[in-house]
Design a protein around this ligand. Structure first.
Ligand SMILES: NC(=O)c1ccc[n+]([C@@H]2O[C@H](COP(=O)([O-])OP(=O)(O)OC[C@H]3O[C@@H](n4cnc5c(N)ncnc54)[C@H](O)[C@@H]3O)[C@@H](O)[C@H]2O)c1
Length: 367
């Protein structure tokens, strides 16, 4: 079995992708997994069914900005690897309140790097040689594409939102800790993920839930923005592969070659819902409504994942059509999971619209 005798820290393991990574490692490897998560609004321990009773699993509610607490965890568990998925991840929230993105994504990554470095330097040579720090990032650091081309590992960074700028900063820190201190780091940059256990504010779960409730399905702008969609479990497999076999100091792009306009995604959800859970009032496409676009909305992302495919033999198992069907079915069948989130007071309000001083103050205090 893979990762026999390994202890792996997964930060953000109660989030969307982090929980997929924890489920994957517990199911398909021998690793002991320590989930380090602050439990922000985006976290949900219900996304880890069965984990709590698993002897290979431990959970620590800790913020990655807290150096002393992290140090205690490194000393207690003596990990062989860190997979850093703890982050503030929602672009619209970063427009309303960038401060938390700077803290977690930049200061948190810095703090984690420092504590990992301290731990790594104290390891015996054999364990020091196998230690890895895998930082999980996004294709949004590359900015926006025109109608042609795709992001490769050598594409220059050009982030456009507070979220992507904070992730770009953290990627640079990880690189610098490798170059300066020789900490064995790797970075992955992935395209948009979708799948089960996705927080209801993100496009796909939001639309499924709106469609099921027969409520308007709001599409930003004219819906022509293009994203390259990857099923979350394909991402989890890619991350464990990069951790296991990736070359230290390298970055790997992860993507499924599934470019779709946002409007296409929403229409596909409407048609699947009509098939799986028909509505009394007719086809769901009648619910689609176009709303004011997001400020600085990147037009198109597309990932060239050929390095990961060529060097590590990774392939996405799901294409968009198979993955979106699995996802819609999951939300239809697992209503209790997302209804509990709505029941905790999450109201799916529109975020990320910059307010003028005359209308309403921004949530972020002026500095
Ligand atoms: N979702 C995507 O489509 C996507 C695509 C590419 C890359 N990524 C990257 O993958 C990573 C995970 O994304 P996600 O979609 O799972 O995010 P998420 O928002 O669903 O989960 C983030 C998790 O991190 C935890 N967290 C936040 N701040 C923390 C802190 N200070 N200390 C400890 N834990 C903290 C949260 O409680 C939550 O459980 C992020 O780094 C993100 O940038 C996401």
């Amino acid at each position: 079995m893979r990762f026999r005798g390994f202890t792996i820290f997964v930060t953000g393991g109660a989030g969307f992708i982090g929980s997929a990574v924890v489920r994957h490692l517990l199911r398909d490897s021998d690793a002991r997994v320590v989930n380090i998560d602050k439990l922000t609004y985006a976290a949900n321990l219900d996304s880890l069914p069965g984990a709590a009773g698993n002897p290979h699993y431990a959970f620590e509610q800790t913020c990655i900005c807290e150096a002393a607490l992290l140090r205690r965890l490194f000393d207690k568990y003596q990990p062989d690897a860190v997979m850093n998925l703890a982050a503030e991840s929602h672009v619209d929230r970063s427009i309303d309140g960038p401060g938390e993105f700077i803290r977690t994504n930049i200061v948190g990554t810095f703090t984690l790097l420092q504590e990992a470095l301290r731990h790594w330097r104290r390891l015996p040579s054999e364990r020091r040689a196998r230690f890895r720090f895998l930082h999980v990032s996004t294709d949004e650091v590359f900015g926006s594409l025109g109608t042609e081309g795709s992001f490769s590992e050598t594409t220059a960074y050009a982030p456009n939102s507070p979220y992507s700028a904070s992730k770009a900063s953290s990627d640079h820190l990880v690189r610098a800790w490798r170059e300066t201190y020789e900490l064995p780091t790797l970075v992955t940059n992935c395209s948009n993920n979708y799948g089960p256990y996705h927080f209801p504010e993100k496009l796909i779960p939001h639309m499924i839930i709106k469609g099921l409730a027969d409520e308007p399905m709001p599409v930003y702008g004219d819906g022509s923005n293009v994203r390259d969609w990857l099923y979350v479990e394909d991402h989890a497999r890619a991350l464990s592969l990069v951790l296991e076999r990736g070359a230290v100091g390298e970055t790997y792009n992860v993507g499924g070659r599934n470019e779709r306009t946002n409007l296409h995604v929403v229409e596909a959800i409407c048609d699947l819902l009509d098939r799986i859970a028909p509505a009394f009032d007719g086809p769901r496409r009648r619910l689609i409504s176009f709303v004011t676009d997001r400020p600085g909305h990147d037009r198109r992302y597309a990932i060239d994942a050929s390095k990961l495919e060529r060097e590590l033999g990774w392939r996405a198992e799901e294409n968009f059509e198979t993955g979106i069907e699995k996802t819609v079915r999951w939300y239809v069948e697992q209503r209790a999971w997302w209804q509990a989130i709505l029941g905790r007071g999450y109201d799916a309000e529109r975020l990320g619209l910059i307010q003028t001083p005359a209308s309403q103050p921004s949530r972020e205090p002026a500095t």
